[in-house]
Design a protein around this ligand. Structure first.
Ligand code: CA
Length: 226
């Protein structure tokens, strides 16, 4: 059974989330405190974390970046729950590494669709484990989920890894933002394409000079080209 950790201090919302997640067949762990949430994540290694931004104990942003700095928890998908629109840029911004976000108040149905997409995506990641893709100085190892640039390892989140792999698999071809949302994020509905832009920017920064291989095609999308 897949395990979902809910870190949310609004009790009513946390309980509503737990109710809906359990109905979907997930095992649910709840905590209303950031620090406790981080400890629970490290101990339980859930398949997904729903993380509120404003939390007592430790802010959601700090929880997220702490998760990303540890080998054990780096690949756990994190979906941020954020209250205000103006925090979005920060949420999907560079320093934190959330995989996606949803703005409160959100529809439970939309949230469940996104969660299903994330779970489907992580199920697929088991395959093709022997494969290695090299493009320019970048080598992508599908088995270990490791990426190196000129032999030096680059630490990527699961979404950044999937995005890079997808662009590399379609080397030289322009991929529309909507298509990336569909194939990398697993969305079969129209999502916010800003998520794609911020992840591409973050990925470029992490790749250093090799990041220039990811080209923006204005008004359309992205392509990877040596
Ligand atoms: Ca809160």
């Amino acid at each position: 059974m897949k395990k979902v950790l809910v870190i949310e201090d609004e009790r009513d919302l946390a309980e509503l989330l737990a109710y809906n997640l359990e109905k979907e067949g997930y095992q649910v762990l709840i905590t209303g405190n950031g620090l406790e949430g981080l400890e629970t994540a490290r101990r339980e290694l859930p398949d997904l974390i729903l993380l509120d931004l404003m939390l007592p104990g430790m802010m959601g942003t700090e929880v997220c970046s702490s998760l990303r700095h540890s080998d054990k928890t780096r690949a756990i998908p994190v979906l941020m729950l954020t209250a205000r629109g103006d925090e979005i840029d920060r949420v999907v911004g560079f320093e934190m590494g959330a995989d996606d976000y949803i703005v409160k108040p959100f529809s439970m149905r939309e949230l469940m669709l996104r969660i299903r997409a994330i779970m489907r995506r992580s199920n697929q990641e088991g395959g093709n484990s022997e494969r290695q893709i090299s493009t320019g100085p970048v080598t992508i190892d599908c088995g270990s989920h490791r990426v190196t640039v000129d032999g030096t390892e680059v630490e990527l989140t699961s979404t950044e890894f999937k995005l890079l792999l997808y662009l590399a698999e379609h080397n030289g071809r322009v991929m529309k933002r909507e298509l990336l949302l569909q194939d990398v994020w697993g969305y079969n509905f129209v999502g916010d394409t800003r998520t794609v832009d911020t992840h591409v920017t973050r990925l470029r920064n992490k790749l250093g000079e090799a990041g220039d291989m990811i080209k923006t095609v204005r008004g359309f999308g992205y392509k990877l080209e040596e």
